[in-house]
Design a protein around this ligand. Structure first.
Ligand code: ALA
Length: 409
């Protein structure tokens, strides 16, 4: 079966170091379609100027391009208003912004921040820092053996002490899809605010912030076909309005006096300095590409490939798989595994020699590695342009790893 999207991605259709590229590291970053590359090129060739600052036509056009990208993003996640969309560099910056500007002012000694043990470091460390400063504590939700959040954990951990619940929609290590709607309902029943890290979810699953009634939602452009350096923070307008700015400086002000300043209304209050207009233009084009491709089609391709990859991996006796099993609707195409007796870095290096890109290591999730009692894993992660042939090449190469490096063979 041929893949309808693959031809749109120039890097996947070139030979890389004399071999076809088998790109299986999409959870780290996705490849970019021609349309996104062209949209950014067009911006830099024909529209580039500093937005907001210039009264001349070119600056007005750059401002329009930037604001149009905001409108498209707002519509994409069903935000009430584009004022609720703050452009950041990435998910990490967005989470730091929330921890600083929402977390620090509301947290008091004894308050709890609830998060899962599978969070990425970017959704742990900003909260550790805020908690230390305010005397609050991090309360972890632990996973079942397949990487799912058990219902009792939601019931037991989210309590009247909980002020913030912060959770990844999809785990970047296990690919598990977490029950965020249930968590949002429970959190709201105790008066807590919920942050959803959609970095690994939104490339594959639609997001509706209104339907979910989520308070904050964050994601990065680069994992969903857009360039690096552009990320999104969604926040309910009433919450954002009450928060102090994170970064300060140009364009986030109303008036500046010698000793004081007043701040611009949303969204500019949170966008100090010259913004990444080219990146926002690329993000808008990536959203158009995903909308046109259709999440249903994306999911169909990924589900088939995920099941195929899991089945092939399970047939290699020396491979240990982590997370949900074949056929589960509760997982996406992020698959962690290890080869018995072989360090994950060695596995990744051998695959690399065959032109196969995977990630190996702790995946910026050391607490999860400790919880799973493994120092590191290998991880493949799929996207809409991957094919059965990619999996076949990967599996063939993986079988060599054990022959070359595994003990006892
Ligand atoms: N967060 C990215 C990953 O999981 C970099 O690989």
């Amino acid at each position: 079966m041929s893949n309808p999207f693959r031809n749109d991605f120039p890097l996947l259709n070139s030979t890389f170091h004399d071999k076809p590229l088998v790109y299986l590291d999409n959870a780290a970053t996705s490849q970019k379609p021609e349309s996104v590359i062209k949209a950014m090129e067009n911006y830099y060739r024909n529209q580039n100027a500093n937005p907001y600052r210039g009264l001349y036509q070119l600056s007005v056009e750059a401002t329009d391009a930037y604001e149009e990208a905001r409108n498209i993003t707002a519509e994409f996640i069903h935000a009430e208003s584009p004022r609720e969309i703050i452009f950041t560099r990435n998910t990490t910056e967005a989470l730091n912004l929330i921890a600083y500007s929402y977390g620090r002012p509301v947290l008091k000694a004894g308050d709890e921040i609830v998060l899962s043990i599978s969070e990425h470091h970017s959704n742990i460390i900003p909260w550790q820092q805020a908690a230390k400063e305010k005397g609050a504590v991090l309360s972890y939700i632990y996973l079942d053996k397949n990487g799912n959040i058990p219902e009792e954990e939601i019931e037991n951990k989210i309590t009247e002490h909980t002020k913030i619940v912060t959770i990844a929609h999809v785990s970047n290590v296990l690919g598990t899809i977490q029950p965020i709607e249930k968590m949002i309902q429970k959190a709201h029943s105790v008066g807590a605010v919920v942050i959803v890290d959609a970095a690994q979810g939104i490339p594959h699953y639609p997001v509706d912030v209104k339907k979910w009634d989520v308070d904050f939602l964050v994601f990065s452009g680069h994992k969903m076909l857009a360039p690096m350096g552009i990320g999104v923070l969604y926040g309910k307008e009433a919450l954002l309005n009450n928060m102090p700015p994170f970064f300060t400086g140009g364009e986030m002000i109303e008036y500046v006096y010698e000793q004081e300043a007043t701040f611009a209304p949303l969204p500019n209050k949170f966008e100090a300095g010259t913004p990444n207009v080219g990146g926002a233009v690329g993000l808008a084009e990536a959203i158009k590409y995903i909308n046109q491709a259709g999440y249903d089609n994306i999911q169909k391709i990924e589900e088939e490939l995920t099941d195929y990859a899991l089945k092939e991996l399970a047939e290699i006796p020396e491979v240990t798989l982590y997370g949900e099993t074949i056929g589960s609707k509760n997982r996406c195409g992020v698959i962690s595994f290890n080869v018995e007796g072989v360090h994950p870095h060695d596995t990744a290096s051998i695959l690399d020699a065959d032109g196969i890109a995977i990630r190996a290591g702790h995946h910026c999730a050391q607490p999860l590695m400790k919880y799973m009692d493994v120092p590191a894993t290998c991880r493949i992660s799929l996207y809409l342009y991957n094919t059965k042939e990619d999996i076949d090449i990967f599996i063939r190469s993986l079988k060599k790893v054990r022959r070359w490096l595994g003990d006892g063979n």
